[in-house]
Design a binder for this molecule. Structure first.
Ligand code: NAD
Length: 251
């Protein structure tokens, strides 16, 4: 492990542009379970059921049932960023990391201080009125305190929707995210099994042009075979801290 950490730091040191891709695994240490892990809802409820409900068509047809489910299972605990989030923000500040493309909807990279973040699946702390002429934005407190299951806009009465990408919807900033990934000299994936598309597709595309892919994840991912380095760990914060220490040493 020490050798992999040292090699990662050396490759980062020589990289002109290091982009980081993150998934749910970077936030489990902060206290938010991933979907596919032991405590994840895919394991508890079955992937098909979750995908059927967390779906834009379902939301439009059955907002009441959608919100009953959403309120029960997507009520992310109010947590602080983990060490890994802070380390990435620090490395961005020092120029070792260019930016982050994340599948996460927990806003923790931004809270930790990362500036260049593309959250392609949105932000679970925000809700938006679905009336085209309104589009008012609400915070999670408004929805939590709303007296009915389906929260409505206080301005126009329209239904408001979590500002997250549901199944059947396009991701946010598709082109910016793809561009950031494909323009990287070094790509580091942290806490993602690389199952979810299109992000997994961007990483795959990156691998067809260059081999400079590093994966830091607990357990296998779909692109382990293509990675220059794979660090198998459940403590991404500790690993990033050690990489950072090495970077400081070879300054
Ligand atoms: P995933 O479940 O496919 O992959 C998560 C990976 O992280 C797994 O391989 C798991 O073994 C690994 N992992 C878990 N804990 C880890 C740890 N402590 N250290 C290192 N690795 C760890 O998740 P995904 O690929 O990110 O995609 C699932 C989808 O779920 C995404 O679309 C995402 O938007 C959504 N999601 C987001 C959050 C969040 O915002 N925090 C949480 C759950 C799910």
């Amino acid at each position: 492990m020490q050798d992999l950490i040292r090699r990662t730091a050396e490759i980062m040191k020589n990289s002109h542009k290091t982009v980081v891709v993150t998934g749910a695994g970077i936030s489990t240490e902060a206290g938010i379970p991933d979907f596919r892990g032991e405590n994840g809802i895919y394991r508890q409820l079955g992937e098909d059921r979750v995908m059927r409900i967390i779906n834009i068509d379902f939301f439009r047809r059955n907002p009441e049932e959608f919100y009953s489910f959403y309120r029960q299972y997507f009520n992310f605990p109010a947590v602080e960023p983990s060490k890994a989030h802070y380390m990435l923000a620090q490395m961005e500040k020092e120029g070792y990391v260019y930016g982050v493309v994340t599948q996460n909807i927990d806003n923790l990279h931004q809270k930790a201080g990362s500036k260049k973040v593309i959250p392609i699946h949105g932000n679970a702390e925000q809700f938006i009125c679905q009336e085209r002429s309104c589009r008012a934005i609400y915070d999670a407190e408004y929805v939590k305190d709303y007296p009915e299951t389906v929260p409505r806009c206080s301005r126009c009465g329209g239904i408001i929707k979590p500002d997250v990408v549901l199944f059947g919807e396009n991701i946010y900033n598709y082109f910016d995210a793809r561009e950031m990934i494909l323009s990287a000299h070094l790509l580091i994936v942290i806490g993602s099994s690389l199952t979810v598309y299109p992000l997994a597709g961007f990483v795959r595309e990156f691998c067809t042009f260059t081999q400079d892919l590093i994966i830091i994840n607990k357990g296998p991912t779909y692109l382990d075979h293509a990675a220059l380095i794979k660090i198998d760990t459940g403590t991404t914060g500790v690993v990033l801290e050690k990489i950072h220490e090495h970077l400081q040493r070879i300054k």
